[in-house]
Ligand binder design. Structure first.
Ligand code: AMP
Length: 301
């Protein structure tokens, strides 16, 4: 039989180590010994309000790298709407608790805005071309320049060997791959699958702003993407688009912002008459549930 003190020690051993740093200098002091040993450093950039979607990325990073840095930073320059930025959930203490419960040891980098933007909130402009011209780039003006600006800085600070991104933000994943070629930063970009609620709703920090009933209703985004997948190849892209637009018109909660079927590499829209595609396509949805903007996507073939 184990004594009470033994049980306590076993419990302590299970406690994962999460170290939190707020400045570049402190983070780099921590990373230096790992760099000297040529250990693989993985980076998982997040805006916090962590959920199991983020945890799945962190666990993928922990499998592939000796050291994992999770950045938690709500990046002002990628928001084109101040109300959305203000309403974005911030919860560093509970984020750290979740990491302690769910992940093996990791390093959190949670900088102040001035640490990332010492010269004010200036955004760099990147030549993302067609990749940034539609969907999130079209509806959120300047969004991807903001994403590029913050990631370029985070890559410079952390100097990761690999960085992990969710397919939930599929357009962002392709943009980040392009960023690496434009900036010639030596980071391997790894895409990870979408993590979902049981009802299919893609996990998102924004879901916290929905009631339980709204979360249930919002699962229609995924239900409709699944229907699109079933119809793809038998119905034309135009017929499918009409069906989606009508279904959202009739929906009691959701307002469709866009629906796109796009080439999975170029993100160019599919020709509306295409029925038997020979390339890989994905379907993308952005919709509002009241004031909360939700996005999701699915591989079609
Ligand atoms: P965010 O904190 O929303 O900026 O997301 C940080 C990273 O987590 C991004 O690479 C997202 O694509 C990824 N992510 C967010 N939600 C999910 C999810 N449900 N499944 C997988 N990855 C996700």
């Amino acid at each position: 039989m184990q004594s009470a003190s033994n049980i306590l020690i076993l419990h302590d051993l299970k406690q994962n180590m999460v170290q939190v740093f707020h400045t570049k200098e402190a983070l780099n002091r921590q990373l230096l010994p790992h760099r000297k040993k040529h250990e693989n450093i993985g980076l998982v950039p997040t805006m916090g309000a962590l959920h199991t979607g983020h945890i799945s990325l962190i666990n993928a990073a922990l499998q592939a790298c000796e050291v994992v840095v999770v950045s938690i930073f709500v990046n002002p320059t990628q928001f084109n709407n101040n109300a959305d930025l203000d309403a974005y959930p911030r919860s560093l203490d509970s984020d750290i608790k979740l990491l302690e419960q769910e992940c093996a040891s990791c390093i959190v980098f949670a900088p102040e805005t001035t640490e990332i933007y010492p010269n004010g909130l200036k955004t760099e402009h990147f030549k993302f071309g067609e990749l940034a011209a539609q969907m999130e780039g079209k509806y959120r003006s300047g969004h991807f320049d903001g994403v590029g600006t913050v990631l370029k800085r985070l890559f410079d600070i952390v100097q990761p060997d690999k960085a992990f991104f969710g397919e939930k933000d599929y357009q962002q994943l392709l943009i980040v791959k392009k960023l690496i070629t434009l900036t010639e930063q030596a980071v391997e970009i790894i895409g990870c699958p979408i993590n979902r609620e049981e009802n299919g709703l893609a996990k998102s920090s924004r879901n916290k702003r929905l009631t339980a009933k709204e979360q249930e209703q919002a699962s229609f985004i995924y239900t409709s993407l699944q229907q699109v997948k079933r119809d793809f190849g038998t119905k034309s892209a135009e017929e499918i688009t009409k069906w989606v637009e009508q279904a959202f018109k009739e929906h009691p909660l959701l307002d469709l912002e866009y629906f796109e079927i796009a080439n999975a590499e170029s993100l160019l829209s599919i020709d509306k008459n295409t029925k038997n595609p020979d390339k890989k396509y994905r379907a993308f949805i952005a919709a509002y549930a009241n004031k909360v903007r939700l996005i999701d996507n699915i591989a079609l073939n």
